[in-house]
Design a binder for this molecule. Structure first.
Ligand SMILES: *Cc1c(COP(=O)(O)O)cnc(C)c1O
Length: 396
C-alpha cells in the first residue's frame, strides 16, 4: 500500500515539506502518531492550540453549537459572534471587531481599513511601514507586507504601498515616515522571524511616534495574542493601545477564526466596505468564545507568563552543559533556543525521535510554543528531551 507521503504527493500542489510524521490523536499537551507513539506537542498547531488538545470546554462548545446552528451567513444576526465581540472589546479596551477566517485574511482587511483611514484622514496616504523578518501572511497583499523576497518574487506584480525597515529600530521608522504613510504594522514579538523580542522601550516609542505623526499603529497579534506572551494581548505588557490589532491562531484554540479589532479612531469601515461568507459564523465564534472565556476565567495568560519564565530558566541551564547553545529568547510561552551553528533541523528531528515536537523556525533556532495549559512537569520533561537531542546532535 502507498504511504501517506506517496498518496499526498500524487494529489497535492507542492507547497511545503512536511515532517515525516502522521498525527492522529491528541489530549492536553500530548499527541499520538499513526503507530501509537506519544509526543509532547511543543508546536501546538503553531501557537494555535492554546488550551491543548481535546480541552473539555472546547468539546462542550463544539457539541452544543454543532447541534444548535453551524452557519447561516452574515445576512442574519447570530448570538455567539456578538458575545465574542463583547469579550474581545472588553479585554482589549478597543472599540469594534470584524470577524474572518485566517490570519492573512485579518491582515488583508486591516490593511484595507488603514488605507481607507489614510484616504479619509491623511490626504490619501496609503503607505504602510513594516519590519524586516516580519510575517503577515500569504495573500498577495500580506505577502508584500511580509517583505520576504523568497515568498514574493514569483508572484508579481505585487501591490504597491509597503516600505520595510529593520525591526526594533525606532530611528529607522522615524526616517521612513513621509506624507504618504498611513500606518506602521508590527508584531509585538516576531514569531516566524525567529521569536525576536524588541527592547522594552521600542513599542511604546512606536506608539508615541504614530501619535506625533498622526499615523495608525497596527499590531499583528496573530501569534502573540490570546495569552501566548503572558498577557491576553502582547501590547498589554505596555501602557498603550494600538489603533488596529489582528488576532487568529490562538483565538479559536484550533478552529479557524480570526478578527480585526479597531479603536474608535480607526473604525472607518462603512456598510459595503468589507465582507465575508464564513467569518463570524456561530460555530467558530462559539468555540472561540469558550476558549477566550476559559483564558479569562482561569487566568491562563498570567500562568503562561510564569510557565514561560520557568521554561526559559530551564532552557538557559542547557547553555552550561551544551556549548552549541548560543542563547534563549522569548516572551511567555513563545520561546526560541538559538544555536551557534545551523543545526536546528537536526535538533528538531532528534527531539522528535525522543518524543518532543518542536519547530526549527530558523536554520540556527528552534521554537517552543506549547499549549498554554502545559504543566511544569511537561516543561521539565521537554527540556530534558531537548538536552538529550543536543547531546546526540553534538556527538554526531
Ligand atoms: C501565522 C501568522 C499569520 C498568517 O496567518 P494564517 O492564518 O496562516 O494566514 C500572520 N501574522 C502572523 C504574526 C502570524 O504568526
Amino acid at each position: 500500500m502507498a504511504s501517506i507521503a506517496e498518496r499526498e504527493a500524487a494529489v497535492f500542489l507542492k507547497t511545503g515539506a512536511r515532517v515525516p510524521l502522521t498525527l492522529v490523536r491528541g489530549e492536553g499537551t500530548r499527541v499520538w502518531d499513526d503507530s501509537g507513539k506519544e509526543y509532547l506537542d511543543f508546536v501546538a498547531g503553531i501557537s494555535t492550540d492554546a488550551l491543548g488538545h481535546a480541552h473539555p470546554a472546547m468539546l462542550k462548545a463544539i457539541n452544543e453549537q454543532a447541534q444548535q446552528l453551524i452557519h447561516v451567513s452574515n445576512i442574519f444576526y447570530t448570538v455567539p459572534q456578538v458575545d465574542l465581540a463583547e469579550l474581545i472589546v472588553r479585554e482589549s479596551g478597543m472599540a469594534g471587531v470584524f470577524f474572518c477566517n485566517s490570519g492573512a485574511e485579518a491582515n488583508e482587511g486591516a490593511i484595507k481599513l488603514a488605507r481607507k483611514w489614510g484616504r479619509d484622514h491623511r490626504n490619501g496616504a496609503f503607505e504602510i511601514i513594516t519590519a524586516e523578518n516580519a510575517f503577515h501572511g500569504r495573500t498577495l497583499t500580506t505577502v508584500t507586507a511580509t517583505g520576504n523576497p523568497k515568498y514574493m518574487d514569483p508572484f508579481g506584480p505585487l501591490p504597491p504601498g509597503f516600505v520595510y525597515v529593520p525591526y526594533n529600530d525606532i530611528d529607522a521608522l522615524r526616517g521612513a515616515i513621509n506624507e504618504k504613510t498611513c500606518a506602521i504594522m508590527l508584531e509585538p514579538v516576531q514569531g516566524e522571524g525567529g521569536v525576536n523580542v524588541p527592547d522594552p522601550e521600542y513599542l511604546p516609542a512606536v506608539r508615541k511616534l504614530c501619535d506625533d505623526e498622526n499615523i495608525l499603529l497596527m499590531l499583528d497579534e496573530i501569534q502573540t495574542g490570546m495569552g501566548r506572551t503572558g498577557t491576553m494581548f502582547g501590547f498589554q505588557r505596555y501602557d498603550f493601545t494600538p489603533d488596529i490589532m489582528t488576532l487568529a491562531k490562538g483565538l479559536g484554540g484550533g478552529i479557524p477564526v480570526a478578527v480585526i479589532v479597531a479603536n474608535e479612531k480607526a473604525s472607518v469601515f462603512e456598510p459595503g466596505d468589507h465582507g465575508t461568507t464564513f467569518g463570524g459564523q456561530p460555530f467558530a465564534t462559539a468555540v472561540a468564545l469558550a476558549v477566550a472565556q476559559t483564558l479569562v476565567d482561569e487566568g491562563i495568560p498570567q500562568q503562561a507568563a510564569e510557565k514561560g519564565d520557568h521554561l526559559q530558566r530551564r532552557l538557559r541551564a542547557l547553555e552550561d552543559t551544551h556549548p552549541e547553545v548560543e542563547g534563549v529568547r522569548g516572551q511567555g510561552l513563545l520561546v526560541a533556543v538559538a544555536f551557534k551553528n545551523d543545526i536546528a533541523a537536526e535538533v528538531a528531528a532528534a527531539a522528535r525521535d525522543l518524543g518532543l515536537l518542536c519547530n526549527n523556525v530558523r536554520p540556527n533556532a528552534i521554537r517552543l510554543m506549547p499549549p498554554l495549559t502545559v504543566s511544569e512537569a511537561e516543561i521539565d520533561r521537554a527540556v530534558e528531551i531537548l538536552g538529550e537531542a543536543l547531546t546526540i546532535v553534538g556527538d554526531a
